[in-house]
Design a protein around this ligand. Structure first.
Ligand SMILES: Cc1ncc(COP(=O)(O)O)c(C=O)c1O
Length: 383
């Protein structure tokens, strides 16, 4: 089809074509790719829990007791006891009255947002919100305003100008931004939410586990955030997602969130692994502190070398602007035994192509020092 060929040619010409690369094995902080072991900076398995014996044992027990599939949507016959247990544990972990499990973070966002707002309502979203939040906003039919990243003045201006024209208003933001690794100005957003009578849906996909119970909890703002969502697929090393909210809101989502209603629920293997992960993270708050210390070490070292090392979390972007530069650096890093993703438009805005270093608790001091040594040798590509 002409349309397909034209699209693929354009992407190739721009240097933004995506390709799958097959891994023969992956462990926390390591992958085997094309017969070589690489130090991995490309996964969101921040705490290395995906290979943890306790999660594997829990998943095995789930498999033995419940089999490989859940059988149906939760509203048919797929509401297994482990789902209910995970929801109770998640509510407790996040400090909310109740919780509801979704099959993925993407599915949660595209289901929750259209359940909360529709035509005649309005959404204000940070420009760097994840694609799943934006897709959910578009699906909802509500009017969408995207404000410049972390620009509270602009959000306040838009709220002042637009809020009154619409019925319900929803604010969307991530707490730790997935591609920039920086942190939302949550206290200010909460303040605006109250002043302009909005609801706030906070995506904690990259904060929960990487910052203990998440950023809202850390900042003492749990009660102020109406809807907390997050995933079990990143720091928790498992799969699936959750929304933590009031009991009444959970019941509303059970009745109105289409991704929840019309999809077969997750198998007990993933659910049981998530329960084990929540327990580990709750009992070991030192894990996230160690993870953040590793990220700070790498960030400081790269900055000292002159790289524009950004972020305030376990996600460390080095913005090199041009897609070709990001790709070139990523390939050179790979040749040196490091897997670091070149993130390019349309995933990030034009002119902000970057290397994205994603830190893992399993990265050793030696891994980080070696990475700094390799990056030091690439300084001629500094922009
Ligand atoms: C901020 C954010 N929200 C939601 C998602 C989707 O989560 P999942 O991978 O569980 O579908 C992602 C995944 O990359 C994400 O980065």
């Amino acid at each position: 089809m002409e349309r397909i060929e034209a699209y693929m040619e354009k992407r190739a010409a721009e240097g933004t074509l995506r390709k799958l690369s097959e891994l023969k094995a992956r462990y926390p902080a390591r992958v085997i790719e094309s017969g070589r072991e690489l130090i991995d900076f490309s996964s969101n398995d921040y705490l290395g829990l995906s290979n943890d014996d306790r999660l594997i044992a829990a998943a095995r027990q789930g498999l033995d007791e419940w089999g490989t599939g859940s059988g149906a949507s939760r509203l048919m016959s797929g509401s297994l006891a482990p789902h209910h247990c995970l929801e109770a544990e998640t509510a407790c972990f996040k400090g909310k009255e109740d919780a509801l499990v979704f099959n993925s973070g993407y599915q949660a966002n595209i289901s929750l947002i259209p359940a909360l707002v529709s035509r005649g309502d309005v959404i204000f979203a940070d420009r760097f919100c994840h694609a799943s939040q934006i897709d959910g906003a578009v699906l909802s039919g509500a009017k969408l305003f995207r404000y410049e990243h972390n620009n509270i003045e602009r959000l306040a201006y838009l709220l002042k100008r637009e809020r009154e024209k619409y019925r319900e208003a929803l604010l969307l933001t991530e707490s730790v931004f997935s591609m920039d690794g920086d942190i939302a100005l949550l206290a200010d957003i909460v303040e605006l939410k109250k002043r302009f009578n909005c609801k706030l849906l906070l995506d904690e996909a990259h904060a929960a586990g990487a910052f203990g119970r998440g950023m809202a909890h850390r900042l003492g703002l749990t009660a102020e955030v109406d809807i907390l969502m997050g995933t079990f697929s990143k720091a928790f090393g498992s799969f699936g997602a959750y929304v933590a909210c009031s009991h009444a809101m959970k019941e509303y989502f059970v009745n109105n969130a289409r991704g929840f209603i019309y999809s077969t629920s997750l198998p007990a293997t993933s659910i049981c692994a998530s329960i084990a992960a929540l327990k580990i993270v709750a009992e070991h708050p030192d894990m996230s502190a160690k993870l953040q210390a590793k990220a700070a070490y790498l960030r400081k070292g790269l900055s000292r070398q002159g790289w524009p090392a950004g972020g305030e979390s376990q996600i460390l972007p080095v913005i090199v602007k041009r897609s070709e530069t990001a790709l070139n650096l990523s390939q050179r890093l790979r040749a040196a035994g490091l897997r670091v993703l070149a993130v390019r438009p349309p995933t990030v805005p034009r002119g902000t192509a970057r290397l994205r270093f994603s830190l893992c608790l399993a990265h050793s001091e030696r891994d980080l020092d070696y990475t700094l040594e390799v990056m030091d040798g690439l300084r001629q590509f500094l922009v």
